[in-house]
Design a protein around this ligand. Structure first.
Ligand code: TYD
Length: 225
């Protein structure tokens, strides 16, 4: 990022009259990812973050993995029907390969891309599910397989929450997925923490606070860069 450009986001109040022609271009083409365990609130926060960016007149693509394409459908089917842990892993990665091509196109057109889950989800979740098969080298293996089909996010916001609290948030939800089990999520959360320690593009956000605070933190981090 160019440090001479000043704040990346002008401090405009959401809902105020917008002067779109003045829209600051410095965030153009940036790629922001939200990661976290189920129940961390990342879908809501990513949507509100995208809305807030739009309210400053910017062109924003809000997207998610698994995608809403035919590949995402196969991922969801794989979650229900696959017998091998590797099947769903390769489905997530296939979905990502196509998604990355789409994201690259959007960023090259100057759009800001806000993505709910990306490669970090595979590293953290499949890092847990494949560990019994691949042992201590699991994370490295997953990184290598993902490498050719990803682009590097400008920032990955990790919404951090205690897995038991996240589970409590999900209690009301219908059709809980097999992943939404607290012991499993504890392992996933630990892997996310490790990823955040190792990768400087991760920004850890305390997601146990009220939604407005979480969003405000994310906004100020981008503003500050
Ligand atoms: P998500 O759509 O975030 O769940 P929901 O909309 O129900 O909140 O993700 C669905 C599940 O897929 C989630 O438990 C995490 C899992 N997942 C992986 O295991 N690996 C991946 O690479 C991705 C993208 C998701």
């Amino acid at each position: 990022m160019n440090e001479d450009e000043g704040p990346l986001i002008e401090d405009r109040t959401v809902g105020s009259t917008l002067q779109v022609t003045e829209a600051c271009p410095v965030l153009a083409g940036r790629f922001f990812v939200f990661e976290g365990i189920d129940g961390s609130g990342k879908s809501t926060v990513s949507r509100l973050f995208a809305d807030r960016l739009r309210s400053t007149g910017r062109e924003v693509e809000l997207t998610a993995e698994p995608t809403s394409t035919w590949l995402g459908d196969q991922v969801r089917r794989g979650n229900r029907e696959a017998k091998s842990d590797f099947t769903e892993t390769f489905l997530y990665i296939a979905d990502r390969a196509e998604h990355t091509a789409q994201i690259s196109k959007w960023t090259s057109e100057g759009r800001i891309v806000v993505c709910d889950r990306y490669v970090g989800s595979t590293l953290a979740y499949q890092g847990v599910t494949l560990r019994p098969h691949l042992g201590p080298g699991t994370l490295e293996w997953l990184k290598r397989v993902n490498e050719p089909v990803i682009i590097r996010p400008d920032a990955t916001f990790l919404l951090r929450i205690d897995p038991s609290k996240a589970m409590a948030r999900l209690e009301d939800r219908k059709g809980r997925e097999k992943f939404e089990k607290v012991n499993f999520l504890k392992k996933v959360a630990a892997l996310y923490d490790r990823l955040a320690e190792e990768d400087p593009s991760y920004i850890v956000v305390d997601a146990e606070r009220p939604l407005d605070d979480v969003l405000g933190t994310v906004w100020s981090m981008v503003n500050k860069e």
